[in-house]
Ligand binder design. Sequence first.
Ligand code: NAP
Length: 249
Amino acid sequence: MSKLLADKKALITGGSRGIGRDMVLAYAREGADVAFTYRSNAEKAAEVAKEAEALGAKAVAYQSDASNYEASEQLIKDVVAEFGAIDILVNNAGITKDNLMLRMNEEMWDSVINVNLKSVFNLTKHAMRTMLKQRSGSIINVGSVVGIFGNAGQANYAASKAGIIGFSKSIAKEVGSRGIRCNVLAPGFIATDMTDELGEEVIKAYEDAIPLKKLGEPKQVSDAAIFLGSDMSTYVTGQVISVCGGMSM
Ligand SMILES: NC(=O)c1ccc[n+]([C@@H]2O[C@H](COP(=O)([O-])OP(=O)(O)OC[C@H]3O[C@@H](n4cnc5c(N)ncnc54)[C@H](OP(=O)(O)O)[C@@H]3O)[C@@H](O)[C@H]2O)c1
């Protein structure tokens, strides 16, 4: 059976841990060559690259801060020089700095907006020239259900993820005629380092409120990312696809 991402070249930001790590490996399994980034954890990134290569893919890890405009420009140049194309761009890198508004300081606001939202502009902007030349591309921006319905204590995070929705719908309209698609993949609560920080009691409360009654797994998000990156979704653009156990109904 042919692999769903055979011959595709993908760039995934934040691929050293959590959902991004799982996507790198899932993409490799489906036949894609994968460039991915990390911010600081070089050891974890090297392990992921090795695992992806063991699956038969070409995989290269790049240390690159997605919130930095110049670094993102250089990254795209390096990836195009090494891989020759970018068929799929997954803007996955993200952070949380949660607090109630009275305790949220300017740094918490700026860093979350820069890493989660400005990064999407940085990478999309610099990958666009390559995708326009190719007259094809799939951009997958990782949002969150919190960007749809908000969350107390996460005004910065929810704003960044809601911003991603407006950005992605605009890009879908701007470059649809050039064969480039842009969608949002909005996970609910997925078990990763990010959700580990929440503590057992909070996690139990979320599980009770989720129609499917459990946290999601990175694999379930990766499955949707395979769909959006593959030729199974060639008529899907400008959409927000939630992978959330029914949370965002
Ligand atoms: N987990 C959830 O429940 C959940 C729910 C909804 C949405 N999401 C979204 O899904 C995405 C992945 O989340 P996750 O839970 O997998 O997070 P995670 O386990 O904390 O991993 C975050 C990844 O992003 C990288 N990263 C962080 N800042 C970066 C930067 N400035 N430049 C480049 N890479 C950077 C990290 O690299 P280092 O290893 O070097 O730090 C790491 O690879 C995020 O956009 C998040 O908002 C997650």
